[in-house]
Design a protein around this ligand. Structure first.
Ligand code: FNR
Length: 342
């Protein structure tokens, strides 16, 4: 049952990308071009200190899958691409492993193929401390992601309906694991209020996981005849809106995922205050349609192009992108006005 769901998620996520135009709020964020601001490309450094270690670039493969034969093979190929490009990689939710240890190999492959890479284990906010520790051990994980996905759960008939215990559980996990904790949404966004709460709970990174890319309400709609969650497809804040909402928050690192489609979107997210950027759907589509080598080429090209963008903008580090002149237009500007963001 879980294995079928994992296969369905991959299939529908890829189909949606093939069939939709893919516009999102990052289109409302434009850099102001200053023709004399450029620097030497050789002076650009893409590395960031993030989630407890030095990363060679501000990019990671976000949580997707594991739990079935097919998704184990996808994880193997994702892990090879992560190894070849040096980018960190997260597992999909390890609930399937908690229910059936026989599927351990479909997750463990992330570490086997990528023994020296930065690997993140992914769990839900109901997981017990023992389960979380076993997930970290299985992957020899460098960090832990906890996904908070109440909207996705309520659109799944078999999904959870009990969310009141999540804050307490997050606090317990943060206090009880030996690695940095990242809390992430899965495409509906984290608000300023939520991120501030996470900071007080001792969470290391908030991955805002906003609207604009993979949409689980749409995926769940398509998984079953007669389901109609159309009303919820527009739920939540876009990734760009979340980043703007979190402007000025200190004491917790912000990462951006949800609808990152290009190196320009990476640069936009970094300019809006993210310290790193995560990509799921765009990389999955390349992998499924064109294979591992194509994904390696794509990630390599994205990093080259990010370097070019930073060269033109005069940013020697990703952090220096933050605060570069940007214009915010359209509905996103309206969101900023309503939230009192300058
Ligand atoms: C996901 N995502 C996800 N997130 C998570 O925390 N645990 C999970 O198990 C999964 N599973 C999953 C499966 C598939 C097929 C996709 C495409 C995505 C969500 C993912 O990490 C990310 O938050 C969203 O997909 C938004 O990013 P993109 O896809 O727009 O780059």
């Amino acid at each position: 049952m879980i294995a079928d769901r994992k296969d369905d998620h991959v299939r529908h996520a890829v189909n949606h990308r093939r069939n939709h135009s893919g516009g999102n709020d990052f289109d409302s964020v434009a850099f102001v071009h200053h023709a004399l601001a450029g620097i030497d490309s050789a002076d650009v450094r893409l590395g960031v200190d993030f989630a407890g270690k030095h990363w060679t670039s501000p990019l990671y493969v976000n949580a997707m899958t594991g739990g079935s034969t097919n998704t184990g093979e996808i994880n193997r190929q994702l892990a090879v691409a992560a190894r070849e490009t040096g980018v960190p990689i997260a597992s999909g939710s390890m609930s399937a492993y908690f229910r059936d240890p026989a599927v351990a190999g479909t997750f463990r492959v992330l570490r086997e193929e990528n023994p020296h890479g930065f690997v993140l284990a992914n769990v839900n906010a109901n997981a017990t401390l023992d389960q979380v520790r076993s997930a970290i051990d299985l992957l020899e994980a460098d960090a832990l992601q906890i996904h908070v996905n109440s909207v996705q759960e309520v659109v799944m008939p078999e999904g959870d309906r009990a969310f009141a215990g999540w804050p307490r559980r997050i606090e317990e996990i943060v206090a009880g694991v030996p690695v940095p904790v990242i809390v992430k949404e899965v495409g509906f966004g984290l608000s300023r209020q939520t991120v501030t709460w996470l900071r007080e709970a001792g969470v290391t990174v908030a991955d805002v996981g906003g609207r604009g890319g993979t949409n689980f309400a749409r995926i769940e709609n398509d998984r079953r005849a007669g389901a109609d969650f159309a009303f919820i497809e527009q739920w939540g804040q876009s990734t760009a809106a979340c980043l703007l909402d979190c402007t000025g928050i200190t004491g917790i690192d912000i990462s951006a995922s949800g609808g990152i489609r290009s190196p320009l979107d990476m640069a936009r997210a970094l300019a809006l205050g993210a310290k790193a950027t995560g990509v799921a759907g765009a990389f999955l589509e390349t992998l499924v349609d064109h294979g591992t080598e194509a994904l390696v080429a794509k990630i390599t090209t994205w990093l080259d192009q990010l370097r070019n963008i930073m060269t033109v903008l005069g940013a020697t580090t990703p952090a220096e992108l933050t605060g570069r002149d940007v214009l915010v237009t359209g509905d996103l500007a309206g969101f900023c006005a309503l939230r009192g963001i300058d």
